[in-house]
Design a protein around this ligand. Structure first.
Ligand code: ZN
Length: 115
C-alpha cells in the first residue's frame, strides 16, 4: 500500500532521504505524469469539440428535414413555412399559388363577360 502524503513538507522530507539515483527516477516519473495529465486535458478538449460538432450536425439535419413540398426549399432558407398534414409550403410558393389563382379567376370572369 503506497503512502499518501498529506502535505508537501513531509513528502519533501522523504524525498531528500532518497539516493540521488532514486530522486532522478522520481523526477522523471513526475515529469511523465505531468505529460500524461496535459495530454489528457488536451484530449478532453478535443472530445468535447467533437461532441459539439455532432450535436450541430444532428441539429441542422433535423432542421433541413422540413422542406417546402413544392419547391424543396429547406426551413433554414425559407422565410416562412406553413405545415399541412405531411406537407409543407413556403411563403414564396404561397404567393405564386395566389397569383395563379387570381389569374385564373380573371380569365374566367373575362370569358363570362363575353358570353
Ligand atoms: Zn416553396
Amino acid at each position: 500500500m503506497a503512502h499518501v502524503y498529506i502535505n508537501e513538507a513531509s513528502l519533501l522530507k522523504d524525498f531528500n532521504k532518497l539516493t540521488q539515483e532514486n530522486q532522478d527516477k522520481a523526477g522523471r516519473y513526475i515529469k511523465n505524469l505531468l505529460r500524461v495529465q496535459r495530454a489528457e486535458t488536451k484530449l478532453c478538449g478535443q472530445v468535447s469539440h467533437v461532441e459539439w460538432k455532432e450535436h450541430e450536425l444532428a441539429r441542422s439535419a433535423t432542421e433541413d428535414k422540413i422542406r417546402c413540398s413544392f419547391c424543396g426549399k429547406p426551413q433554414s432558407v425559407a422565410e416562412r413555412i406553413i405545415a399541412g398534414s405531411d406537407v409543407y409550403i413556403c411563403d414564396d410558393c404561397v404567393k405564386l399559388c395566389a397569383e395563379i389563382v387570381e389569374e385564373e379567376e380573371k380569365k374566367e370572369q373575362a370569358a363570362l363577360a363575353k358570353s
